[in-house]
Design a protein around this ligand. Structure first.
Ligand SMILES: Cc1cc2nc3c(=O)[nH]c(=O)nc-3n(C[C@H](O)[C@H](O)[C@H](O)COP(=O)(O)O)c2cc1C
Ligand SMILES: [Mn+2]
Length: 497
């Protein structure tokens, strides 16, 4: 069973999916260019890469480990990503009575906490070396990814925070810009779990509880934050997953793995981190502090602009004696992050279907960079149903950030972009079938009306019929008769083609 990065590297190597690069390479752009070519090249060359000699650091650098459907599945202990959805579907089948909110709440409790719950350990591999006196980020082989980047960025971190009011944990994947040896830019975007905790720390720090019953002892100004690099690949994935607030990523990762994640107490702050991480950065964020972060060549394929973000101050580096530094490259798709997103799409489909039973399938294609395009197929029974599905999705967790939602009929293969383009242009009358509204937008949307707020487009590309009050008859789709198809298949060789 995989429990940490070394296990995963060994598995990838056994299955011929890892390439070691023994020659010296520069963390300044060179690793990025190699990785970009590998991610966009032919499938058989798309391998995980382990750079063994990166200038300026003793640590090997692992990249693209999750960068294919297979490797992503293996990271989560399955052979196909669809098995994940099947597991979730089975979980949901278990007697989920009750209304909307109640079902969602039950979902958390259905996860078998006894088996999947985190386990506290005292001896942690991630604390073989502990640097609390003058801790420094200087030893890390942090990459500079693109020429216009403001500096070097840690790109595959698991950021641990605690809700200052409720005490619940969040783990999110938020990039970190290296400002200097002890300071990082903390790029948790507005809509994310870390930012929510930060918001409440800020509110409490300002001395107001905004109507919320708060234990006075919790009114601290500094917010403890721990950053884990490496650990169980299921937890690395979980940090990227848009779990509903209050559902613990560590528990979720334990459920994915089929065994609890081992956690150890930090040395300088009151948080726990995965014991089998490679490297842990302990520190704090002052909720009042902001600093210009970026630009950074982002997963949209554009640079995200420099903006004010919180700042992380380092109090300790703890690590293994010989750690691997895990990282990823984002940029114009497709890249490794597409596969992390695919896992989420497959895992969350049954949850979407629980809320919206008419939904058949869903695709968030690489070109849509998650938040720009969601294609969903539905079984339509009543007028306005496509619109209902769009608006429901726009109200569901981070789906609120989806810019375009295309709804097609149940028989359409949402994963075939050629088919979707054909239907989505042919089956619509723009006057009747477009929905335009406004709402929250991803921090990274560079085209939005204004930062974090903008227009949304829904396309009802289902076939229209009496349900939709169309005045001209809707034609049949062209399909050859079964009899002729069989005959031609049978005689194919005779034609000499
Ligand atoms: C490689 C990678 C980098 C990411 N970088 C960021 C980031 O810098 N800021 C951010 O808010 N979200 C980023 N995300 C997306 C979040 O990890 C994702 O929205 C996740 O749901 C956050 O966890 P949360 O829902 O607990 O906040 C990134 C995702 C991946 C896969
Ligand atoms: Mn979360």
């Amino acid at each position: 069973m995989i429990g940490d990065l070394a296990d995963f590297v060994a598995l990838l190597e056994r299955r011929g999916q890892l390439r070691r690069i023994p020659v010296p390479v520069s963390p300044e752009l060179e690793v990025a260019e190699i990785t970009d070519r590998i991610s966009k090249g032919p499938a058989h060359e798309n391998l995980a890469l382990l750079f063994e000699r990166v200038d300026g650091s003793a640590m090997p650098v692992l990249v693209n480990a999750f960068g294919s459907a297979e490797r992503m599945a293996w990271a989560l202990g399955v052979e196909r990503l669809d098995e994940l959805g099947e597991r979730v579907a089975k979980l949901l089948d278990m007697n989920l009575g009750g209304g909307f909110a109640e079902r969602l709440r039950k979902l958390g409790s259905l996860i078998d906490v006894a088996r999947a719950g985190p386990r506290r350990v005292d001896q942690a591999p991630c604390q073989e070396v502990v640097e609390t006196q003058a801790p420094s980020l200087a030893g890390l082989p942090v990459l500079r990814c693109w020429p216009g980047d403001a500096g070097r960025f840690i790109t595959l971190p698991c950021v641990f925070t605690r809700d200052p009011v409720k005490g619940t944990r969040n783990v999110g994947m938020y990039r970190l810009q290296v400002f200097d040896e002890r300071t990082l830019g903390m790029h948790w975007q507005t809509h994310k779990g870390g930012a929510e905790h930060h918001y409440w720390s800020e509110v409490l720090g300002a001395g107001s509880s905004r109507g919320c019953a708060v234990d006075a002892a919790r009114l601290r100004t500094r917010m403890p934050v721990a950053i884990a690099l490496g650990g169980d690949p299921a937890l690395i994935y979980a940090a990227s997953a848009p779990l509903p607030p209050g559902i613990d990523e560590v528990l979720f990762a334990g459920w994915l793995r089929g065994g609890g994640i081992e956690m150890a107490r930090c040395r300088t702050i009151d948080l726990e981190v995965p014991a089998r991480a490679e490297i842990v950065l302990e520190g704090w964020v002052d909720p009042r502090e902001r600093r210009l972060e970026g630009p950074f060549g982002d997963h949209t394929g554009y640079y995200s602009l420099a903006r004010e973000y919180p700042v992380f101050h380092l109090t300790a580096v703890t690590r293994r004696a010989r750690p691997i530094y895990p990282t990823t490259l984002v940029g114009r798709p497709p890249q490794e992050d597409y596969w992390l997103g695919k896992a989420t799409e497959r895992l969350f489909l049954p949850i979407v279907r629980m809320m919206l039973p008419e939904v058949v399938d869903m695709n968030m294609p690489a070109e849509g960079v998650f938040h720009n395009l969601v294609i969903v197929s539905i079984r339509k029974r009543y007028p306005g149903q496509a619109r209902k599905v769009m608006t429901a999705l726009w109200g569901m967790g981070l789906m609120m950030l989806a810019k375009t939602i295309v709804v097609v009929s149940e028989h359409v293969n949402v994963h075939d972009l050629s088919e979707v383009a054909w239907r989505a242009t042919g089956n619509i009358d723009p006057k009747r079938d477009l929905v335009l509204l406004e709402g929250p937008m991803d921090d990274l949307d560079h085209a939005a009306l204004r930062h974090r707020f903008g227009g949304k487009l829904g396309l009802d590309a289902t076939e229209k019929g009496p349900l939709d009050d169309v005045t001209q008859p809707w034609p049949d789709e062209i399909v050859m008769s079964e009899e002729i198809r069989e005959r031609v298949t049978r005689r194919w060789k005779d034609y000499g083609l």
